[in-house]
Design a protein around this ligand. Structure first.
Ligand SMILES: C[S@@+](CC[C@H](N)C(=O)[O-])C[C@H]1O[C@@H](n2cnc3c(N)ncnc32)[C@H](O)[C@@H]1O
Length: 219
């Protein structure tokens, strides 16, 4: 089954609060945004947001430049219906984050909970990181949450990669500074515990050029 088909099936066959990753509030994500003193006019992108209530709480907290992206139109439809009239205040993008042409330097904050861990090939992961580097301004905040090393091997029935803070930071490389990390014990609606790791990263000004370009510069 294709990726989009999988996710459309999930969101059209289950209620938002029936999926294993459901949280009534994205409390830890909100805490990280708060701890990093993200201002109310920050441009925030929630990548693979699904039907998450993060956007509801950000609106409630006065954030006004919000973009919600997901590969599944059914997921976005759930959130838009829940928000009612307030949905108009948000930019909605039904897209695959790996190949959607987002404008450069468009965001101050990139948030991803439980999307990066589905990227099993090095090529997909480097496409994702290139997208973050192009899209998030230097000095912005990148929050990425994945299953932890002792988390489940599958999410939504799909195999995932599991990380600790250092291995997750390493995927993003030297162009990003690790600002912090925190673990989460998520309880699924059916009462199972899933361990997550969240990292906060910032893209650095002096992104290292690739080795070939460096050699050329030196000659
Ligand atoms: C496990 S769910 C997490 C949803 C949400 N972030 C949360 O914490 O509630 C993964 C989400 O990523 C979306 N997704 C998976 N691959 C994607 C891709 N390549 N581009 C955009 N969204 C994707 C799925 O549709 C799904 O909503």
């Amino acid at each position: 089954m294709q990726k989009k088909e999988h996710w459309e099936k999930v969101y059209s066959s289950k209620q938002a609060d029936e999926v294993s990753w459901f949280q009534p509030h994205a409390a830890l994500s909100l805490q990280i945004i708060h701890d990093n003193q993200v201002p109310a006019d920050a441009r925030i992108l929630d990548v693979g947001a699904g039907a998450s209530t993060l956007v509801d709480d950000l609106l409630m907290n006065g954030y006004s430049h919000l973009t919600v992206l997901d590969i599944s139109g059914s997921a976005l439809h759930k959130t838009r219906s829940r928000l009612g009239a307030r949905a108009k205040e948000v930019v909605w993008l039904e897209a695959d984050i790996l190949n959607f042409a987002l404008p450069a330097n468009q965001f101050d904050v990139w948030h991803d909970r439980a999307v990066f861990h589905f990227l099993l090939s090095e090529q997909e992961r480097s496409q994702y990181v290139a997208q973050v580097l192009r899209t998030v301004r230097i000095g912005g905040l990148v929050i990425v949450a994945t299953f932890a090393e002792d988390g489940p091997e599958k999410c939504s029935g799909l195999p995932v990669m599991r990380y600790n803070a250092n291995t997750l930071h390493a995927e993003f490389g030297k162009s990003f500074e690790l600002l912090g990390s925190v673990s989460e014990r998520h309880l699924t609606p059916s009462g199972n515990e899933q361990r997550f790791v969240y990292v906060s990263l910032t893209p650095l000004a002096a992104a290292m050029p690739p080795p070939i370009a460096r050699a050329h510069l030196a000659s």
